[in-house]
Design a protein around this ligand. Structure first.
Ligand SMILES: Cc1cc2nc3c(=O)[nH]c(=O)nc-3n(C[C@H](O)[C@H](O)[C@H](O)COP(=O)(O)OP(=O)(O)OC[C@H]3O[C@@H](n4cnc5c(N)ncnc54)[C@H](O)[C@@H]3O)c2cc1C
Length: 496
């Protein structure tokens, strides 16, 4: 039987494993951590469960290809979905701007905030509505499609193409300047990190407003563990605590994956479902450079990577009246020297099991970029200073939240502070990145097949193949790497 070794047990690796088993291969997932899930995970602290990933999952709308795929891999099958009323609520100068799921309500509320912006708001909502026709192509990768399939796909992406043409090279901040009211301008301008293309906001909100980007109940860890369970049920094997250090190559084929602890795994095919930088520079030792990736990794200005500081807090109380995600100005504090003047805090009131009875889990994510990562790296050279900086940031966030919600004083406690180095340590994530390259106005698109020049039986899989990454890319590319192996072996691909 043809053997496939999959390096990495995140969503991409589990997806590859599931489709390997469905297609009659003998597969093993080799995962460095003690349990699978990769970045799609959660962890327990002081009686709370901290959800470390899913704010929104593309694929929660029934009868769509991506929803079917999530069900096939066991992640969404029979799972309740929570559809939040708002994506985010942004506070500015005492004005509250909700980004509603209901597009008519959004239009009406924003127009009440700023009648002078009625026309711009109308165009904004119409564009979002128009883009609701867009669906993530989850069936077959474009390079494996026949002519008719390609034409059909391109026709279905007509609206997306028009919006990319109009807004792809306009920065979000530039677009936000079309709004006269400062609260609306600020809401849009800070919706995504600086430099992002305005098209991103339309794709994000079109997906959200049509119910395609909600949250599976039970959270991220339960989500990926359901995939692991599905994989095992199909006869797959997960080797946890197994960090692969290198691939032995013979001619144009990899033959063995070698683990740090000396274990070896021979296989006919290898799917590297791990970080792309680690794959090319670590596992392959830089001997099989890939031009598309290398040029992007060497140009962090045009191809930025984002990581984050994640502060989790437990609150002795409920937050039913507070929007799920709230962005508000705070009294400025410093994070590794940089001023922080605004925080976005999410609460998990919809997940009572994430906290002791009557309590609520809160998380606060602060984006970190290139220079921040370097600063964290330098600081980590002094473990005491590193730990105390994390603790100080935790206290600053706690104080800032109490500044906005004085009634929380004495009832809030910091549970955990995660730095960009945590993502690097746990997932081998390059520079702690939680997504692939961000779509800025300077970015050139990249859809990579995962094939490695010079190696016939190794495929890269995972979020890096289609920036900006995220869970849908991970599950789709995991599946597709098995489709590519089937094609090489001239076998029909089984997709469920
Ligand atoms: C805080 C946060 C919030 C997010 N929110 C969302 C969201 O709301 N929606 C969304 O769609 N996406 C979100 N994402 C992104 C999403 O989690 C990732 O895109 C996705 O999980 C990536 O899956 P992957 O399998 O490609 O990679 P990973 O999850 O990184 O999996 C790679 C796996 O490989 C393992 N590994 C690495 N090196 C080795 C080695 N040498 N040997 C063995 N194993 C190895 C790692 O331990 C890991 O398990 C978020 C990510 C983070 C961190």
């Amino acid at each position: 039987m043809t053997r496939i070794a999959i390096i990495g047990g995140g969503v991409a690796g589990l997806s590859a494993g599931i489709f390997a088993q469905l297609n009659g291969f003998e597969s093993v997932v080799l995962e460095k951590h003690h349990e699978p899930g990769g970045q799609c995970t959660g962890w327990n602290r002081q009686g709370y469960h901290i959800d470390g990933c899913i704010h929104w999952l593309v694929g929660t709308k029934e009868d769509t290809a991506i929803n079917d795929l999530w069900k096939t891999v066991g992640a969404l099958d029979g799972v309740e979905v929570y559809h939040p009323e708002t994506f985010l609520t942004f506070e500015h100068d005492g004005i509250s701007v909700p980004i509603y799921r209901d597009l008519d309500l959004l239009r009406e509320t924003w127009t009440q905030i700023s009648p002078a912006d009625a026309e711009t708001i109308g165009e904004f909502c119409d564009t979002i509505g128009q883009l609701q026709s867009f669906e993530v192509p989850a069936d077959k990768p474009m390079d494996m499609m026949g002519l008719l399939e390609r034409l059909r796909l391109m026709a279905s992406m007509k609206d997306a193409g028009m919006i990319m043409k109009e807004y792809g090279k306009v920065s979000l901040k530039e677009y936000a300047d079309n709004f006269e009211h400062p609260a609306l301008r600020e809401t849009l301008g800070s919706f995504l990190p600086d430099g992002y293309s305005a098209s991103s906001v339309f794709f994000a909100l079109a997906t959200f407003t049509k119910g395609q980007a909600s949250v599976p109940v039970g959270g991220s860890r339960a989500f990926s563990l359901r995939m692991a369970e599905r994989y095992r049920t199909l006869g797959g094997r997960i080797e946890a605590g197994c960090e692969i250090a290198e691939l032995d190559i013979d001619g144009n084929r990899a033959v063995t994956a070698r683990a740090e602890d000396g274990r070896t795994f021979e296989a006919d095919y290898f799917v590297a479902a791990c970080d792309a930088h680690f794959f090319f520079e670590g596992l392959l030792g830089g001997r099989y450079p890939d031009r598309a990736f290398r040029s992007r990794f060497e140009n962090p200005t045009d191809y930025p990577l984002a990581s984050q500081v994640l502060v989790s807090l437990g609150y002795e109380g409920t937050m039913d009246e507070v929007p799920r995600s709230l962005s508000f100005p705070v009294e400025s504090f410093r994070l590794l020297g940089d001023p922080i003047d605004r925080l976005t805090v999410s609460h998990f009131g919809h997940e009572p099991d994430f906290a002791p009875e009557g309590h609520t889990l809160l998380t606060c994510a602060i984006n970190q970029f290139h220079a921040d990562f370097d600063a964290w790296k330098t600081l980590s050279g002094d473990p005491v200073a590193y730990r105390s900086e994390k603790e100080r940031i935790g206290r600053c966030v706690e104080r800032a939240i109490i500044g906005r919600f004085p009634e929380m004083a004495g009832k809030l406690r910091v549970l955990d502070v995660v730095s960009p180095l945590t993502y690097e340590r746990y997932c081998n994530a390059h520079r702690g990145a939680f997504m692939a390259f961000l779509p800025t106005v300077r970015t050139k698109g990249m859809a990579h097949t995962g094939a490695v020049k010079g190696l016939r039986n190794v495929f890269l899989s995972g979020q890096w193949l289609q920036p900006p990454g995220g869970l849908p890319v991970a599950v789709i590319t995991g599946k597709d790497s098995i489709r590519r192996i089937c094609k090489q072996l001239r076998r029909a691909f089984v997709d469920r």
